[in-house]
Design a protein around this ligand. Structure first.
Ligand SMILES: Cc1cc2nc3c(=O)[nH]c(=O)nc-3n(C[C@H](O)[C@H](O)[C@H](O)COP(=O)(O)OP(=O)(O)OC[C@H]3O[C@@H](n4cnc5c(N)ncnc54)[C@H](O)[C@@H]3O)c2cc1C
Length: 351
């Protein structure tokens, strides 16, 4: 599990209520818990840190980035203020760096399942990675919690993250290796084409003869050094010394092949799940969280931003989420500390 946990900085603008990181998580009372590490959640965590809040950021996947990092990392975005064009992956990297500046506590591979309001006005968050205690919540769960579609055949879970990967962040780590890639969509093709010049060999396995990617990418694939295995399905994955044996069965055929490779990358896409919203203390409309113009939900102390919310005129874009985040953070801090005036501009706060 990827986990970054830091001691919060000394508080300047807001009263501190910090326990040490040695205590069980449940006993540490955060000021703001942001649920969801997509672009909007990351920006909200940064903005809350900018205002010296003690922030917890929870993400169900093992990587931050939301839709942008996982669904379209290679796409160039032209509608982010200040950038004439930036790839999804680069935007996520910048947001991570920006969010990390104020040392929030970041827990990845942590799916929030319950939000329980407490009699003292605080909240307990029940997650797949323990219980967390917070004074307020900003929900940034977007289209729902992502999980990768996994291989259908049984395999030793210890292979995951060592020889078998569902995400690729650093293509260079596959330099000089024999790599098998499973999948037939844009991302699998992009990985194969990007690895072809740097890996020792690249095998692409797809259960159909036709690939689902962009025509130009499929064309490039057929003219590349990538070795295609179609229509084949992975039937077994086993460790063979430091390498992997990947056994393939032909679809509607009798041929069986075994690839002996260093790494297997699986890209069968992602599933998103936001059914848990219905169990949280929120008013929903078509499974979206109803918020006021202050980004306030129907429960005091719980705010929401980004693709997860609805209000008249809501546009599901990163830029609108970036606008909603400061509103939610400022309103959260006014809710927690009504007597305090907030500095408005970052120059007064950046350190
Ligand atoms: C193909 C495609 C192209 C797009 N192109 C553009 C574009 O060019 N410009 C643009 O502005 N927008 C674009 N968008 C829309 C943009 O991606 C979204 O508006 C943006 O991602 C919303 O960010 P978010 O942080 O609110 O939600 P998301 O990006 O959906 O992130 C939500 C995060 O919350 C996590 N999460 C959810 N539930 C839980 C839980 N219970 N516990 C813990 N974590 C949880 C999820 O795993 C996810 O990482 C595009 C979208 C798609 C699909």
């Amino acid at each position: 599990m990827n986990e970054m946990s830091h001691q919060p900085k000394n508080q300047t603008n807001y009263p501190a209520n910090h326990d040490t990181n040695h205590e069980p998580e449940r006993q540490h009372l955060y000021e703001i818990a942001v649920i969801g590490g997509g672009p909007v959640g990351m920006f909200a965590a940064f903005y809350a840190g900018l205002h010296s809040a003690d922030v917890l950021l929870l993400e169900s996947l093992s990587e931050l980035g939301g839709q942008t990092g996982n669904l379209y990392p290679a796409k160039i975005l032209y509608d982010i203020g200040g950038f004439t064009g930036i790839s999804g992956q680069e935007l996520v990297a910048q947001l991570e760096q920006q969010a990390a500046h104020f040392h929030p506590t970041i827990k990845t591979a942590t799916n929030v399942q319950t939000i329980d309001p407490q009699p003292d006005g605080t909240f307990l968050l029940g997650t797949t990675n323990g219980i967390f205690h917070t004074k307020s919540v900003i929900i940034a769960t977007g289209g729902g919690a992502f999980t990768p579609r996994k291989l259908a055949c049984p395999y030793d879970p210890a292979l995951e993250g060592t020889k078998l990967f569902y995400y690729v962040r650093d293509l260079d780590s596959f330099k000089g290796l024999d790599v098998a890639i499973a999948g037939g969509g844009d991302s699998a093709i992009d990985w194969a084409l990007a690895l072809a010049p740097i890996a020792k060999s690249v095998h692409l396995i797809h259960r159909r003869d036709q690939f689902r990617g962009l025509e130009s990418s499929v064309d490039e694939l057929h003219h590349s050094t990538v070795q295609l295995h179609t229509p084949f399905l992975i039937q077994g994955v086993t460790a063979n010394g430091p390498r992997l044996d990947v056994t393939l069965d032909q679809v509607r055929g009798d041929e069986t092949r075994t690839l002996n490779v260093d790494r297997l990358l699986v890209n069968y896409g992602f599933m998103s799940e936001n059914r848990q919203l219905r169990n949280w203390p929120l008013t929903l409309e078509h499974n979206e969280i109803v918020v006021t113009s202050q980004m306030q939900t129907s429960t005091p102390g719980i705010f929401a931003v980004g693709d997860a919310v609805t209000y008249p005129g809501k546009v599901k874009l990163i830029a609108s989420g970036f606008g909603e985040a400061p509103t939610a953070v400022n309103e959260t801090l006014s809710f927690l500390y009504p007597e305090r005036r907030q500095a408005l501009h970052s120059t007064q706060l950046y350190h």
